[in-house]
Design a protein around this ligand. Structure first.
Ligand code: ZN
Ligand code: ZN
Length: 163
């Protein structure tokens, strides 16, 4: 959605709220297309004492695969962002968003903000046990004897005796 900010820049006290739902199903993250449901965005833009501020929150659910155990899971996210909107940039400040011709491409800003917040590693749980390197079993649900065998020296000796 493109927002025309002319009134917001010109009139102190001017305020605009918005609610939108964005389709990010083509967006890639972590090698997948996890945005299977629309991204809900709601917020407002307000001119307070000639400073135009944008606030918005983004709510969405991702359908992901764990980097460690490959298990599939859903995770809900809820982020909030704020920016100062300016027509021209006078100082170097990352917080400022320059809106050329008083136009704001809100979808693009939401996309950029959201992707910066997403973690680089995706785990189903903080302490996911992953898969066994030898038998491939998912150690979150199952246990196996592989590790015990390889670290128990008595079993190694026993194995040699049986050869
Ligand atoms: Zn996992
Ligand atoms: Zn195993």
């Amino acid at each position: 959605m493109r927002i025309d900010l002319r009134q917001l820049f010109d009139i102190v006290g001017e305020r605009k709220t918005f609610d939108l739902s964005l389709d990010f199903s083509d967006e890639e993250y972590n090698g997948e297309h996890p945005f299977q449901m629309p991204v809900k965005v709601s917020g407002q833009i307000e001119n307070k004492a000639q400073v135009v501020r944008l606030f918005f929150s983004v709510k969405f659910v991702l359908n992901l695969h764990c980097d460690r155990c490959m298990g599939e899971f859903e995770r809900a996210y809820d982020f909030s962002f704020q920016h100062v909107l300016v027509r021209k940039l006078n100082t170097d400040n990352d917080e400022y968003v320059v809106c050329e011709d008083s136009q704001l491409d809100l979808d693009e800003l939401v996309r950029a903000d959201l992707f910066l917040e997403l973690p680089s590693k995706v785990l189903c749980t903080e302490d996911c046990k992953g898969l066994c390197g030898q038998c491939g079993r998912n150690l979150n649900f199952d246990s196996c004897e592989c590790e015990k065998k390889s670290i128990d020296p008595r079993l190694e000796v026993l194995g040699k005796l049986l050869e």
